[in-house]
Write a protein that binds this ligand. Structure first.
Ligand SMILES: [Mn+2]
Length: 288
């Protein structure tokens, strides 16, 4: 195990309850990074998608259990609801056991810089004023992510190295998406500068980033449905973008793993044969 201790971990857009959620990858990341502060920056649970279909896997359960356990063991866990878990916004200001539920948070980094931690959908003109477009876009995006699971499987079968994301490619290429991302980043930066803060850590648009936007440190956690990215703050206040999806082998859909495993059990396995031999050797002596 390769444990890295950091001051803070920031994750967003996990979308628990959906097929696209890369819970196994997130578990791998959480296993490797322990922190004093854990910020969950919105869209952790996807109540929108769960109205259509609920996909709750064992790995997703483990994610919840791991986070609750970390909170019990003294990690300061802060949950900032997003638009997909906006039902929780009614309860902002309450503590759920060890977890603080807040609408936004100003985090002081180890080097004294002050960052606004917020999901960010309030800066997205589409989500704010055209909810039905957002819902349609959400369905289309989930479709892309789903197709991508099969593409990455195919790429592995063909021996093509590395991870390539169809949804990521679409986001980079579609002109509308590019200008949407730019508008979003600038409007977040403007709000943060107006409040006299040094930077922002947000999520929502599923595009991880760590750069200056109009003089503000613009940091976006990305997501755990496609790119598998997170932000960590080291003990000296330095921020780092962790691209877990690129570090690991291409993320695999849990169902696909189950299918491949059931196929694999149809093949004679060395381990299974050895056990059978031992069993057949033991049984006559026992009956004797
Ligand atoms: Mn969102």
């Amino acid at each position: 195990m390769n444990l890295t201790r950091v001051r803070s971990v920031f994750i967003s857009d996990v979308h628990l309850g959906t097929r696209a959620c890369q819970a196994e990858s997130l578990l791998g990341f959480l296993r490797d990074y322990s922190a004093e502060h854990l910020f969950m920056v919105g869209d952790i649970v996807d109540f929108w998608a769960m109205k259509r279909e609920v996909r709750w896997t064992a790995a997703q359960n483990t994610v919840v259990q791991k986070i609750l356990r970390r909170a019990r063991h003294g990690e300061k866990v802060t949950f900032i609801p997003g638009n997909h878990d906006e039902a929780l916004r009614e309860h902002v200001g309450i503590r759920f056991g060890e977890i603080a539920l807040v609408g936004e948070h100003v985090h002081t980094m180890a080097d004294g810089k002050r960052y606004l931690v917020i999901h960010g959908d309030e800066f997205d003109q589409v989500t704010r004023y055209h909810r039905w477009i957002a819902v349609l876009g959400d369905i289309a995006y989930n479709g892309l992510v789903r197709v991508n699971v099969w593409l990455s499987w195919l790429r592995r079968r063909l021996g093509i190295a590395g991870y390539w994301s169809l949804a990521g490619y679409a986001k980079r290429k579609v002109k509308l998406a590019v200008s949407f991302v730019g508008d979003f980043e600038r409007s977040v930066a403007r709000a943060v500068r107006d409040r006299g803060l040094d930077g922002v850590i947000c999520g929502h648009i599923h595009v991880a980033a760590m750069r200056k936007v109009d003089g503000i440190d613009y940091v976006n956690c990305g997501d755990w449905v496609d790119s598998c990215t997170a932000i960590v703050e080291h003990h000296d206040g330095r921020l780092e973008l962790i691209e877990w999806g690129k570090r690991e082998a291409a993320p695999i859909d849990a169902d696909l793993v189950a299918t491949l495993q059931s196929l694999a059990t149809l093949q004679p396995r060395a381990g299974a044969t050895a056990t059978e031999h031992r069993a057949s050797r033991d049984s006559p002596s026992r009956s004797a």
